[in-house]
Design a protein around this ligand. Structure first.
Ligand SMILES: *Cc1c(COP(=O)(O)O)cnc(C)c1O
Length: 454
C-alpha cells in the first residue's frame, strides 16, 4: 500500500518559527516615517502594534521560540497533513510527483490562524483588552476573531461594506466567534464620517477600512492595539511553521521537492511554505526552486517596481521598500480577493530582487480550471487564492510530462473554498473573465507614486 498522507504527531510539531532575516545576504531596508523619511522607531510602532510583535518585526534572531500556550492552541488543528496528490497526478498523466500541504484544515479554513493566535496571545499578555483590524474578503477577520475568543480580547473588525453584503457567511463566522463587525465606511470614526458625508452610498474599500481600524485603535487608548494579517515581517515569521513541518514531512515521504509553490497576496502563506526551504538553499547548498504565484491582474512582483510605497491605499502607514504597482493601483474585481493587494512585503521584495526566489503571474480562468481539476481528483474545494498555486503545480506537472522528466512538486493549499463557493458559481455560469492589464495602467499608478515620494 502506498502512503497518501504524511502526518506528524503533536510531539513532532516544530517549537520555533524561522526568521529568514538572519540568513539574508542583503537585509530588508527599513520602513520609513513618511513625514521625516527616517526609519520608524520601535517606540512609534509600539503605539499601533503589540510590543513583542514589534520586537519580532525588527528581529534578526534566526529562530524564535513559539510560546507554549500558542503551541497548545496550534494543536487544535496542527500539525497539518502533507498529502501526495496521486489522483491529480493520474488525471494529468504526469511523471511528476505532486504533494500539497493542507492549511485549509484550520477552524477558520485557511493558514491565517497561524499568525492570528500568536498576535492575540502577545497582545493579551501585554494587557491589551481591545483589538481593531480590517478585513476585505473576511478571511483575516474570521481568523483573528477565532484567536481573540481564546484570549478574551474584544475585537472590532471594519469590513468593507460591499463584502459584508456579498459574503454574509464570513461575517456570521466572525459574529459566531464573538467579534463586532462594522461595515466600513461607518459613523464610528472621523475617517468614516467624512467619507459618508461626501458620499452616503459609498460601498467602501480596504484603504478606508484600514483608516477606520487604525483610527479606532489609536482613539481607544492604552489598552487597544491594531493588528494585520499579512505583509509585515512578524506575520510572515509566524507562518513559517508551515514550511518547518513540511520539511520534516517530505523527509518522511523520502522525497526532496524540486519546486515549492505558494500563492501570493501580501506574502504570508508563500513565506510560510517557502522560507524554510530558502534557508536550506542559503545554508545547506540545496537548489529548491521557490515560486510565488500572483494573479495576472495584480502582478506586483512580475510587473511592479521596487521602491518605497505605502502599505495601504490611502497613504497612512509607514513607507515600506517593496515591489509595488503603486498604492493607488485598482486591481480588477477578480474572485481571489486575498490576492488583490498592490505590493509585496519588504522581506519577499528583497529576496526577489536578489534572485533567491521566483514569481509567476497566472490569469484567473486558468486558476479556476486548475482548482476544478483538483476538486474533481483530490475531492477538496480549494480557496480561489489557493487555485493560483494549484495552477502552477499543474503547469509544472505538464512540463514534466512534455520533457519526460521526473520532478517533485510541493504546493501550499492555503485554504479551502467552502465559504467561497459563490466564486465557483460565477465560474460555472461563465461569468468570470481574464482581465488584460495594459502597461499604461501600471505606469499611471507608479508615476503617481513617484510624484508623492519626491
Ligand atoms: C489571505 C489569503 C491569501 C493571501 O494572503 P497571503 O498573505 O499572501 O498568504 C491566500 N490564501 C488564502 C486562503 C487566504 O485566506
Amino acid at each position: 500500500m502506498k502512503t497518501k498522507k504524511f502526518l506528524l504527531s503533536e510531539s513532532q510539531m516544530p517549537t520555533a518559527w524561522y526568521n529568514i532575516v538572519a540568513d539574508m545576504p542583503n537585509k530588508p531596508l527599513p520602513a520609513l516615517d513618511p513625514r521625516t523619511k527616517k526609519p520608524i522607531t520601535a517606540e512609534a510602532m509600539s503605539q499601533i502594534f503589540g510590543e513583542e510583535l514589534v520586537k519580532q518585526e525588527l528581529s534578526t534572531e534566526r529562530f524564535i521560540e513559539i510560546p507554549e500556550q500558542v503551541q497548545d492552541l496550534y494543536k487544535i488543528w496542527r500539525p497539518t497533513p502533507v498529502v501526495r496528490a496521486y489522483n491529480l497526478e493520474r488525471m494529468l498523466d504526469t511523471p511528476a510527483k505532486i504533494y500539497f500541504k493542507n492549511e485549509g484544515t484550520s477552524p477558520a479554513g485557511s493558514h491565517k490562524p497561524n499568525t492570528a493566535i500568536p498576535q492575540a496571545y502577545y497582545n493579551a499578555k501585554q494587557g491589551i483588552k481591545y483589538l481593531a483590524t480590517e478585513t476585505g474578503g473576511g478571511q483575516w477577520g474570521s481568523a483573528i476573531a477565532l484567536a481573540c475568543q481564546y484570549f478574551n480580547i474584544d475585537l472590532r473588525v471594519y469590513m468593507v461594506k460591499v463584502s459584508c453584503q456579498q459574503k454574509p457567511y464570513r461575517k456570521l463566522l466572525m459574529n459566531a466567534w464573538g467579534a463586532n463587525v462594522i461595515p466600513s465606511p461607518s459613523d464610528t470614526t472621523q475617517a468614516g464620517r467624512d467619507i459618508l458625508a461626501a458620499d452616503p452610498e459609498c460601498s467602501g474599500n480596504l484603504g478606508i477600512a484600514i483608516s477606520e481600524a487604525v483610527e479606532s485603535a489609536l482613539a481607544h487608548g492604552e489598552d487597544t492595539r491594531y493588528c494585520l494579517g499579512s505583509v509585515m515581517n512578524h506575520v510572515l515569521l509566524h507562518q513559517t511553521i508551515i514550511g518547518e513541518e513540511a520539511i520534516r514531512q517530505m523527509e518522511m515521504a523520502g522525497d526532496e521537492p524540486d519546486v515549492v509553490i505558494g500563492c501570493f497576496g501580501g506574502g504570508s502563506n508563500f513565506a510560510g511554505i517557502g522560507f524554510p526551504f530558502i534557508r536550506r538553499n542559503l545554508c545547506e547548498g540545496k537548489k529548491t526552486r521557490v515560486i510565488a504565484v500572483e494573479p495576472a491582474s495584480c502582478p506586483k512582483l512580475t510587473r511592479g517596481e521596487f521602491q518605497y510605497d505605502f502599505g495601504d491605499t490611502v497613504g497612512l502607514t509607514p513607507m515600506m521598500p517593496m515591489y509595488t504597482l503603486g498604492h493607488t493601483f485598482q486591481p480588477a474585481n477578480i474572485h481571489a480577493g486575498g490576492l488583490r493587494y498592490h505590493g509585496a512585503g519588504s522581506i519577499v521584495s528583497q529576496l526577489y530582487k536578489d534572485g533567491l526566489m521566483e514569481a509567476v503571474a497566472i490569469p484567473q480562468l486558468e486558476t479556476f480550471s486548475a482548482g476544478m481539476m483538483f476538486a474533481n481528483s483530490e475531492g477538496i474545494i480549494p480557496a480561489p487564492e489557493s487555485c493560483h498555486a494549484i495552477a502552477l503545480a499543474v503547469r509544472e506537472a505538464k512540463k514534466a510530462k512534455e520533457e519526460g522528466k521526473e520532478k517533485t512538486i510541493l504546493f501550499n493549499l492555503s485554504g479551502n473554498g467552502m465559504i467561497d463557493l459563490y466564486a465557483f458559481e460565477q465560474y460555472f455560469n461563465n461569468k468570470l473573465q481574464d482581465h488584460e492589464l495594459p502597461e499604461s495602467e501600471i505606469r499611471r499608478a507608479i508615476d503617481e507614486l513617484d510624484k508623492i515620494i519626491k
